[in-house]
Structure formats: C-alpha cells, structure tokens
Design a protein around this ligand. Sequence first.
Ligand SMILES: C[S@@+](CC[C@H](N)C(=O)[O-])C[C@H]1O[C@@H](n2cnc3c(N)ncnc32)[C@H](O)[C@@H]1O
Length: 271
Amino acid sequence: MKLIDAKKEFNDILKQNGVEDVNNNVTQLFLHALNLTRTQLILKTELTFEEYSKVKRLVKKRALRYPLQYIIKQVEFLGNTITVNKNVLIPRNETEQLAQMVASVANDKQVLDLCTGSGCIGLGIKANSTAEVTLSDVSEKALKVARKNAKLNGLNVKIVKSDLFLNIKGKFDIIVSNPPYIKTKDLISLQPEVKFEPELALDGMADGYYFYKKIIEEAPKFLNKFGEIYFEVGVGQAKTIAKLLSKHFECIRIVKDYYNKERIVCAKLKG
Ligand SMILES: C[S@@+](CC[C@H](N)C(=O)[O-])C[C@H]1O[C@@H](n2cnc3c(N)ncnc32)[C@H](O)[C@@H]1O
C-alpha cells in the first residue's frame, strides 16, 4: 500500500474525532510505530500490511483522544528526554519557560522542585546549571518516572517522597513548583486528552489555590536568607497568588508565557 494513502486515511480518522494538528500527530505515530527517523519516513513510499496495521492500532488509540505523548512515551524538555506515562502530567511548553527561567539564576544554588511529577522542571534546571537539585512529590508512581528520567539523562539529583514539605529536610535557595491548580468543579470540562492525566496532578481543590496557599505559608521555613520562590500558575490566578505571596515575600514579579498569558509568579523572601 502507498504510504501517502495510509496517511490520508489516518489524518481523516483523527480529524473526524476532533484531534488538533492531525498532520503532526500522524507523523509522530508513524515515527514511533515503525521506529523510523524523520529522513527515513520522508524517503519511505510503500507500507507493508503489517506496518499499516501497527500504525493504525495507534491511530485508533489516539482517535479516542488518548494523549499523543502517552502513546509515544516521551517529550523533549529543555534538552532532556523526559519519559511519561499515565502517572505523570505531560510537561507543557509553558513549564519549560519556568524551568529555563530558574536555570538561568540557579548556578551553585540549592533548588527544591516541589510537586515534580515526571521531574521535568528540576531535571531541566540540573541539566542547565550547576545547582544541587531535590525533586519531591507525594506520588510514588510519579517519583518512579522522575527517577527513571534522572537516570536516562545522567543527572544526579536527590529524590524525596513527601506530602508537600512533610519529609523535606534542610533549606534551599530556590523553591520552584507547578502544583495542581485546576478548580475541582472545572475538572469535568477539561479537554478530552487532559482527562487521561492523573487527577492528583490537576486538582487544585475548591478554589484552585489550595496548594499555593499551603506552599506559601510553609516555604519561609525552608528557604535560606534572600531565598526565592517560582510558581507556574493557571490563567487568571497570577494576581491572587502575588497577593498571597506579599505576606512573606517581596520583589514579586508576574511573567507572561509565549502565549501572552500571565503564567509565572516569582518572589524573594522578605529580609
Ligand atoms: C501539575 S503536576 C506538575 C508536574 C510537573 N512538575 C510538571 O510541571 O509537569 C502536579 C504534581 O503535584 C503532585 N502532588 C499532588 N499533591 C501533592 C502533595 N500533597 N504533595 C506533593 N506533591 C503533590 C502530583 O502528584 C503531580 O505530580
């Protein structure tokens, strides 16, 4: 069978099921299913029935709106390859911006990535600075993925299972966190793909600020003098979080993401 015909058929299946960016999805599924490089895929014109069936199986899964990244099992994040599965949030572009921002000021610092999930933020910082990095999450299943990612990228980090600060020892120069921030009542109306991601990674409780409030209250005890905090925040949350921070923190900044949304809030511990 001609590859071009299979591509058209697969594009149509995904389009009919409301998947966005179908061309890229189909290309990624071909690359993954047939274990090809982009060049090999460009040069390929014919498909065996076995190859066609292999790709189609994945296209059908994607048509159910199962996330592309869970199918191909990895994403690139700040120069690291981050493996993902259903136990961790899929790292987002906006989060890469947060990790980049922290990496640029983290040389020789002690950094705590709270609510680390796949480890993408902390590992991105470790790979791009000379910081000493601790990754922490309450989910053992998520930490298993973070451990695997540290090994995969040859990065030496400390990993601690902890409900927020409960098992955290010592003090840090920087705390960075992308905690769950979606209001519980909004979980039901999320995009179909997001509903496959762990609820533990999404649910920010009744008002969406539960984790920010807890972290802001406790962080001062875990920060060195002039310590800094960096949060990723949900759309519309930045100003409230800046206000919450103002109790213990100063030099509060709100930074917009690539899509012009207020996405990062950072601040320095009051002296
Ligand atoms: C929004 S995800 C962020 C994952 C990753 N840092 C990222 O940016 O892609 C939030 C993470 O917080 C973790 N989490 C939820 N409740 C927690 C708690 N009480 N203590 C520590 N981590 C928690 C979840 O397991 C999940 O991995």
